[in-house]
Design a protein around this ligand. Structure first.
Ligand SMILES: [Zn+2]
Ligand SMILES: [Zn+2]
Length: 668
């Protein structure tokens, strides 16, 4: 029998070392791996998790565990313990932080029972039947079925164009897993987790579906979690953290739109739910389906190399044709039209044609506000936020300048703050300016705007979409919020005001982002009986991300993108580990960055690892915090983390500067 005299306790603190406590004789029967305990920590009492027992503690004067919270079974299963340990090691967090990310808030606070709730009427769903799969769906389902019934840990990439019917493949695969007595997890990007999407699952599977997402209250989340843990629910549908759903006997994990950036968590543990899902499936022998129209470069590369199995769906259901995409070269437009406007002649003409035929139009502009910067014509001074190194955006509706990073607001200056000249000009285009231009050119059209400014009020987001769906609106203008998932059969024209906003960001993923956005937004056109059309305005018509999106050619885009990634050694050919430094004192941040870089350079000397930087970030100050960073590029992330650990050990006492390490970041 194992000695239980001392326990190794994981605490939800950003400290990566073991915490040992004594198990008093009275608690020895109850103490078990995976159970929550209450322990003293300095003057406080904290909830911790037993992750193991040790024969001899690391430190002297160990304290006693106060109590064991879980009376029945452990709060966290052995499977999730191994998974969170993997996360802590790979993403360089503490085990306790990883366990905390895996559990709902109520459990972390030490609660035992779900709060009683008024028996709200459960929605009753009439069970829908399976659709007869199309030929393409059937040929995707065949190997997936074999994997699930064989209990094989295979990873599939289901690469299907928008509208090809991937959801039906997910649903029938889940059904098989359930029939075999297994459970399933479905991950969906937060933004696509609409009531409509939830209904697909509930109407097919009824009460065995539990939904987990960030808009739930703590108690609601706890109830859903409990249903899964007790086995009352056997399918977990949710955003990122649903990858930790407490199901047992897992048979299948589905990840829809696997390339989505919302699968990556911004703070510690900085995990990517896609990679965590693949690891969880490996631990429990489950099958994985990664789905999407524009897979991430990493995933597609693995599918081509045979590490994942590739399944393709190239036809839209009911043979709807893909929309025709046209490019407007804005350089030429500026040459042809003296006072060229926001809308090119081609786009303006196309909009009026659609409106005449009583159709609907969507216009995408990936920037909020009216004018994105204002400057002085005499001395060139640009008005910037006093807390951040970014230009202020003019918001027409409130007649104020606003900072999009810290929300600081100020009145627009009548005179240049630097040279006192009155010659101030407003530059750049945001969604509000598009709205006012559209209203001027098409005075009879009913127009609405959807961006975070227009949707701060709870429910207004849904209201705008409802109005648009019911054709109470003719033109919907928005940021990328409008690009995803929505199905509007009457939209026959989508206009992209500028494809260049994402393309010009200094990030090695800017091409991938641009291609994804253009493909996604193009997928909004022509979802009804009428064929759709897309017009993309750009100053970079020759960039492959723009060109290949015109032809809906993912494979062609991938071929170009992978060349550049290989040449520069970017993912998927290497891993990147980003190190970010933040602080209010600029000199200290700069010094810490250079000190760290020097120590790190010594540690990696002779190893096949590149150190890039340190350098100030693209936006060098936000909310009064100066921002510097550097990154390592190499093939072995664990080794790289080891060198970072060593370098940081030697740099104690730099407390005025905070340092965050991000393994496999999605943006630089
Ligand atoms: Zn001036
Ligand atoms: Zn600011």
């Amino acid at each position: 029998m194992q000695q239980k005299e001392y326990a190794d306790i994981a605490l939800g603190l950003p400290v990566r070392k073991p915490f040992h406590y004594r198990v008093p004789p009275s608690l020895m029967d109850k103490a078990e791996v995976g159970k929550r305990v209450l322990v003293p920590f300095g003057p406080r009492k904290l909830v911790g998790y037993i992750v193991g027992f040790v024969g001899k503690p690391d430190i002297e004067g160990v304290k006693d565990i106060i109590s064991v919270i879980d009376q029945e079974g452990p709060a966290i299963s052995a499977e999730l313990l191994s998974l969170t340990k993997w996360i802590a090691e790979y993403y360089r967090s503490s085990w306790g932080e990883a366990i905390s990310a895996a559990l709902p808030g109520a459990i972390k606070k030490g609660k035992i029972k779900a709060a009683p709730r008024n028996p709200a009427p459960e929605d009753i769903y009439e069970a829908t039947k399976n659709y007869k799969p199309t030929l393409e769906q059937a040929s995707a389902l065949k190997p997936i079925f074999e994997s699930i019934s064989g209990g094989r840990n295979d990873v599939y990439l289901l690469h299907g164009i928008t509208g090809s019917g991937k959801t039906e493949v997910y649903l029938q695969s889940i059904e098989l897993a359930l029939k075999m007595g297994k459970t399933a997890i479905v991950l969906v990007p937060e933004i696509s987790l609409t009531p409509q999407a939830i209904e697909w699952f509930k109407s097919r599977f009824g009460g065995v579906v539990a939904v987990l997402h960030s808009r739930l209250l703590d108690t609601e989340r706890f109830i859903e979690w409990k249903k899964l843990k007790d086995g009352a629910a056997r399918i977990a549908v949710g955003a990122r953290s649903a990858v930790f759903a407490p199901v047992s006997n897992l048979g299948l994990i589905v990840i829809d739109e696997e390339h989505e950036t919302s699968y990556k968590q911004d703070d510690a543990p900085r995990y990517n739910a896609r990679e965590v899902a693949i690891e969880r499936a490996r631990i429990s022998g489950a099958t994985v389906i990664l789905g999407g129209a524009t897979p991430s470069i990493e995933t597609y590369h693995k599918a081509l190399s045979g590490e994942y199995k590739m399944l393709k769906m190239t036809e839209r259901i009911e043979k709807r044709s893909l929309p025709k995409v046209d490019i407007v070269d804005m350089r030429q437009e500026l040459l042809d039209v003296k006072d060229a406007k926001i809308f090119s002649r081609a786009l303006e003409h196309a909009i009026s044609q659609v409106l005449n035929k009583n159709g609907q139009v969507m216009l995408l502009m990936n920037r909020r506000g009216f004018s994105t910067f204002i400057n002085c014509r005499k001395c060139g001074h640009v008005v910037k936020c006093r807390h951040c190194n970014v230009s202020m955006t003019y918001h027409y509706d409130i007649k104020k300048l606003s900072c999009h990073y810290c929300n600081y607001q100020a009145d627009p200056p009548a005179k240049c703050p630097k040279c006192k000249s009155g010659d101030i000009q407003y530059f750049g285009v945001g969604t509000q300016k598009i709205e006012s231009e559209a209203a001027r050119i098409f005075p009879a059209a009913r127009i609405a705007r959807m961006d975070t400014d227009a949707t701060v009020k709870r429910g207004s987001h849904k209201q705008i979409l409802d109005d648009f769906r019911k054709h109470k609106l003719d033109i919907l203008i928005g940021t990328q919020m409008i690009a995803k998932g929505h199905d509007f059969p009457r939209v026959t024209l989508v206009g992209v005001i500028s494809a260049d906003t994402a393309l010009n960001l200094p990030d090695f993923r800017s091409g991938e982002r641009t291609f994804n956005l253009l493909t996604q937004v193009a997928g909004r056109a022509g979802r009804g009986s009428e064929a759709g059309r897309v017009i993309i305005q750009t100053f970079s018509p020759d960039h492959y991300a723009v060109r290949k999106s015109v032809d809906h050619d993912y494979a062609g885009f991938f071929d170009e993108e992978i060349k550049f990634r290989r040449e520069l050694g970017y993912p998927p050919f290497n891993h990147i580990i980003d190190i970010k430094l933040r602080g209010r004192n600029e000199e200290r941040v700069i010094k810490a960055a250079h000190d760290l870089a020097a120590v790190l350079a010594a540690h990696i000397e002779g190893k096949d690892i590149d150190l890039v930087g340190p350098a100030p970030e693209f936006i060098s100050k936000i909310k009064g915090q100066y921002r510097w960073s550097m990154f390592l590029k190499g093939s072995k992330p664990r080794d790289m983390c080891g060198y970072i650990d060593k370098a940081l050990e030697g740099l104690a006492g730099k407390s005025a500067v905070t340092i965050a390490v991000d393994v496999d970041p999605l943006g630089l």
